[in-house]
Design a protein around this ligand. Structure first.
Ligand code: NAP
Length: 332
């Protein structure tokens, strides 16, 4: 089958497009899916950059995808050949809980991922594709929308009428959070390095736009927010924190611009702030996210669609931070 495989060399040099990669078969409790479309995440970039040993086994990258079930293994019930599904990339994390179970993993490392014609996965790791979404939209939904849902609601506790600040609005997760927060009736403030991305965020309903090179506190006239959802990391974390109300909550789930920060502890405890980490989400939260999307008919923001053999250029776009929303890969 056709597949985008990472092997032997670190970085993009190790990415090879195969046309004869071995087809997987559905074992007991598993389904085989013919993928129609997939999506990219920053994680794919990190994986390609981090795998550097010649002996690293060939890996099909990718966590996001949607397609049609073509085979069901022994003992599978509840899903059938012909079902149109989206893949739930959060492996073995069934129920909403403060943290994932110890055997939790994300699809696409160490297991083969979605940038291929077919994938085999446990039957419980799929959900019905919402009919109102195109294949491209469904393919870019899973990882980012789930991460955004948990960060905003389960960990962030965002409610109707509250104000949330989402820095780095160009990111795929950030655009989903903007859409979900607006859908439930929250006020949303966003930031970006790019005027163009801020304009696009405005069209999605963002209430206040902050440019990274602006003085944010001055632009907000001293007003503070109830929640901050941070994923940019070192470049913005402390600036974002400074916008939080006393007693407010900041959730961190990413660090695109660096892992390490320094923090003024006295400021932190006098302000009685809550700091929560978050990572992806459970299968239960995935179904809640799909329900919310369907209820409000939210369409993912698709930045650009690349063909499978052109995945390197798609990853390059993410590396440059040029995208607004999700980068998609068309498969069949
Ligand atoms: N923990 C988890 O389970 C989980 C799941 C998904 C994602 N993540 C993490 O969340 C982050 C976002 O992921 P993603 O794939 O949606 O987005 P992404 O494509 O990595 O986009 C990140 C955004 O951050 C901003 N940014 C990047 N570098 C910056 C810098 N040096 N200075 C200022 N802003 C900068 C940019 O926003 P502007 O262009 O608008 O300025 C960029 O669009 C990543 O770190 C990812 O690893 C974590």
């Amino acid at each position: 089958m056709k597949a985008m495989v990472h092997e032997k060399h670190p970085g993009f040099a190790g990415l090879t497009y195969h046309t004869d990669f071995p087809e997987p078969e559905a074992g007991p409790g598993q389904v085989k899916i013919a993928l129609k479309s997939a999506g990219l995440n920053h994680r794919d970039l990190f994986i390609v950059q981090a795998r550097h040993k010649a002996e690293d086994a060939p890996l099909i990258i990718g966590s996001d995808g949607a397609g049609v079930i073509t085979e069901t293994g022994e003992g599978v019930s509840g899903v059938h050949v012909g079902d149109e599904v989206v893949i739930i990339p959060s492996l073995r994390w069934e129920k909403e809980s403060p943290a994932p179970p110890s055997d939790f993993e994300m699809l696409g490392l160490p297991d083969n991922g979605t940038l291929a014609e077919s994938i085999v996965i446990a039957a419980g790791q799929v959900a019905p594709k919402p009919a109102y979404l195109s294949w491209t939209e469904a393919g870019v939904l899973p990882l980012s929308a789930l991460t955004g849902y948990r960060a905003l609601f389960t960990r962030g506790g965002l409610k109707q009428g509250e104000t949330v600040f989402i820095p780095g609005i160009g990111s795929g997760v950030a655009t989903y959070m903007l859409q979900m927060a607006k859908a439930i009736g929250a006020k949303v403030i966003v930031s970006s390095r790019s005027d163009e991305k801020l304009e696009r965020a405005k069209k999605l309903g963002a209430d206040i736009l902050l440019k990274n090179d602006q003085d944010w506190a001055e632009a907000l006239g001293g007003k503070k927010v109830d929640r901050v959802i941070e994923s940019v990391g070192a470049a913005t974390f402390n600036r974002s924190l400074s916008l939080l109300k006393p007693g407010g909550t900041i959730v961190a789930f990413g660090a695109s611009a660096g892992d390490e920060i320094t923090m003024d502890l006295r400021n932190f405890f006098y302000n009685q702030w809550n700091l929560h980490g978050s990572t992806m989400g459970s299968i239960e939260e995935f179904h809640k996210m799909l329900k919310l999307f369907t209820r409000f008919q939210i369409h993912p923001v698709v930045d650009k669609v690349f063909d499978l053999p052109d995945t390197v250029n798609a990853l390059q776009r993410l590396k440059e931070g040029a995208q607004f929303g999700k980068v998609a890969v068309s498969i069949n």
